[in-house]
Ligand binder design. Sequence first.
Ligand SMILES: CC(C)(COP(=O)(O)OP(=O)(O)OC[C@H]1O[C@@H](n2cnc3c(N)ncnc32)[C@H](O)[C@@H]1OP(=O)(O)O)[C@@H](O)C(=O)NCCC(=O)NCCS
Length: 169
Amino acid sequence: MTLRTDAGLAEIRLRPIRPADKDALATGLSRLSSRSVYQRFLSPKPRLSSAELRYLTEVDFLDHYALVAVPARRPDVLVGVGRWVRDAEAPGDAEIAIVIGDPLQGRGVGTRLGVALAAAARERGVQRFTASMLPDNRAAHRLFAKISSELQLTRQRGVDELVADLVAA
Ligand SMILES: CC(C)(COP(=O)(O)OP(=O)(O)OC[C@H]1O[C@@H](n2cnc3c(N)ncnc32)[C@H](O)[C@@H]1OP(=O)(O)O)[C@@H](O)C(=O)NCCC(=O)NCCS
């Protein structure tokens, strides 16, 4: 995901994702470092299919909720994306994932997205976030510690499975 070098953190806005974001999402993914792609998808993911782009941008904001981070002056350019998807069999649970473009990582945008996603989730009856992350992904672990003070972590096949309680938070 690209960021103009003159776009400071204060100029980053969050807004709901929309169907017209398909090209920007595909472009953003193509510009992510392979490390960030692997941390987000836990596998290499070179490009998204049309069906995946539809799934990721045409969301109902009830069971699938997604926000994007954009420069205020370029709301068509995505510098970050975060979403949660409700578990159909356990409606109080939702899986969350966030990715921030490499140039902007470590500047608080992921935390802003995470906090906003958690607020929207609580309003829609989600009680727990689940997330999968690499054990050495310190930024992701710290981000979730800011969303909830009640975290459970289990390690399965080299991946940390985290459950964040949104009610106790
Ligand atoms: C993980 C990710 C979403 C965090 O977003 P971010 O905007 O970079 O993080 P923030 O600036 O909001 O910082 C969140 C916390 O992580 C810490 N942090 C940020 N980058 C870090 C790094 N490289 N190493 C260690 N800690 C880091 C911050 O200090 C902050 O913790 P603190 O407030 O307790 O000090 C982002 O780095 C990213 O997109 N990574 C690649 C994809 C990914 O890992 N997604 C998570 C899968 S759910």
